[in-house]
Design a protein around this ligand. Structure first.
Ligand code: ADP
Ligand code: TRP
Length: 334
C-alpha cells in the first residue's frame, strides 16, 4: 500500500540535535521506504504565533530549511515547501474552523498550558493568548489534510494535534461527504526525547540546546555545558541518572553505548566522557556540516528550491480546495 507522509517543523529558532534525531532523521528514513511519497515543510505561519521578531523568523526559515537539505532531503524526490507560500492552506484552515467545535480546541494542551500559567500568576486567564495560539491545531489540521497525507511522523508532544486533526476530518467527512483521508501519527518508537544540558527536554524555548549544524567549537562548548556531578575520575559513576549519557545514547550505536556504560563503571572522568561524546557526535555531523556550509554559500539556492516546491504542490492544493469549496457550497456560481 502506498503511503503519503507529511511533516513540518516550526521555524522558531536554530535547529538542535533533538530536532535532528527526533524529527528530521526518522522522517527522512521513512521517506526512503518503498511506495512512500513525502511532504516536508517549514511551518512559518505557526512560527509567527510565538516569535514576534521578523528577523528571527527569516533566520530560522533559512536554518531549518538548510538543516533538512543538509541532512539528505532531496527536493526533486520529495515535496519541500514553505507553508506561507501555499495560501490555500490558510483558506482551508478557515473552512475547517467552521466545522471545528470550540470545545475540542479548548482541550488543546498548548492552549490549556497558557491558561494555566495565567491562573498560576493570578492574571486574567486570556492574558497574552492570541487567536493564533488558540486555533493552532486547526491550522495544523489544514497542513495535514490539504495533501491527503496518510502518515504524519511527529514527536510525542504532537500526538494530541493529530487526534484533533482526525476529529476535524471525520466531522467534515460526515457532514459533507468523504473528502479527507484520515491520517495516522507515526511515533518513532525507539526515538528518545533528548534532554538538554540542564536535564530538561532539549528545546529552543529553554535555551538548553546543542545546536545541530554549529561549528566544532560551538558544539564542543555546548557539550562542555552539560551538567554532571562532582565525582572525581576513578570513582564509579551511574550512567542511568546522567544527562551526558542520555544525550549520548540518543545517537550512539548499541555497542558504543554498552562500552560507555563500562567506562562509567570504571570511573571515567567527566572531561574524558565529554570528549568521547563530542568526537562521536562531531563525526556524525561533519558531512552534514560540510553540506550545510556549501549550500549556505549559494545565495539563491534556497529561494530556488522553495519556489520549485511551491510550484509543485500548489496545483495539488488548488485542486483539493476547489473540491472542498464545492462541497460546502462556495464554488463558482456558474
Ligand atoms: P522545540 O521544542 O525545540 O521548539 P519543535 O517543537 O519545533 O522543537 O519540534 C520540532 C520537531 O522536533 C518535533 O517533531 C519534535 O517532536 C522534535 N523534537 C523537539 N525537541 C526534541 C527533543 N528534545 N528530542 C527529540 N525530538 C525533539
Ligand atoms: N506543530 C508542529 C511542531 O511544533 C509543527 C507542525 C505544523 C506540523 N504543522 C504540522 C507537524 C503538520 C506535522 C504536521 O513541531
Amino acid at each position: 500500500m502506498s503511503r503519503r507522509i507529511l511533516t513540518g517543523i516550526t521555524t522558531t529558532g536554530i535547529p538542535h540535535i533533538g530536532n535532528y534525531f527526533g524529527a528530521i532523521k526518522p522522517a527522512l528514513q521513512l521517506s526512503c521506504e518503498k511506495n512512500v511519497s513525502s511532504y516536508f515543510f517549514l511551518a512559518d505561519l505557526h512560527a509567527i504565533i510565538k516569535q514576534t521578531n521578523p528577523n528571527e523568523i527569516k533566520v530560522s526559515v533559512n536554518e531549518v530549511a538548510l538543516a533538512w537539505l543538509s541532512s539528505g532531503l532531496d527536493p526533486e524526490e520529495s515535496f519541500f515547501y514553505r507553508q506561507s507560500n501555499i495560501p490555500e492552506i490558510t483558506e482551508l484552515a478557515w473552512i475547517l474552523s467552521c466545522v471545528t467545535a470550540k470545545g475540542l480546541i479548548n482541550r488543546s494542551h498548548a492552549y490549556k498550558a497558557a491558561v494555566q500559567l495565567n491562573h498560576d500568576h493570578t492574571k486574567d486567564e486570556d492574558k497574552g493568548i492570541s487567536m493564533g495560539l488558540f486555533s493552532y491545531p486547526v491550522l495544523m489540521a489544514a497542513d495535514i489534510l490539504m495533501f491527503n497525507s496518510s502518515h504524519v511522523p511527529v514527536g510525542n508532544d504532537q500526538l494530541q494535534h493529530l487526534e484533533i486533526t482526525r476529529d476535524i476530518a471525520e466531522k467534515f467527512n460526515h457532514q459533507y461527504g468523504n473528502a479527507f483521508v484520515i491520517p495516522e501519527a507515526i511515533i518513532n518508537k525507539d526515538g528518545k526525547l533528548l534532554v538538554g544540558h540542564d536535564g530538561r527536554k532539549m528545546s529552543k524555548s529553554y535555551n538548553n540546546v546543542i545546536p545541530f549544524l554549529s561549528s566544532e567549537k560551538e558544539l564542543k562548548k555546548a557539550i562542555s555545558k552539560i551538567v554532571t556531578n562532582s565525582l572525581e575520575p576513578g570513582e564509579p559513576k551511574d550512567h542511568s541518572s546522567c544527562n551526558l549519557f542520555l544525550i549520548y545514547s540518543a545517537f550512539a550505536s548499541s555497542e558504543n553505548i554498552a562500552e560507555m556504560k563500562e567506562k562509567y563503571k570504571n570511573g571515567i572522568g567527566w572531561g574524558d566522557a565529554k570528549e568521547h561524546v563530542f568526537n562521536e557526535l562531531n563525526s556524525l555531523i561533519i558531512p552534514l556540516r560540510e553540506k550545510y556550509l556549501e549550500l549556505k554559500d549559494q545565495p539563491h539556492y534556497l529561494d530556488e528550491v522553495l519556489a520549485l516546491g511551491a510550484e509543485k504542490v500548489r496545483p495539488q492544493a488548488k485542486e483539493l480546495l476547489l473540491k472542498i469549496k464545492d462541497l460546502v457550497g462556495i464554488s463558482s456560481i456558474s
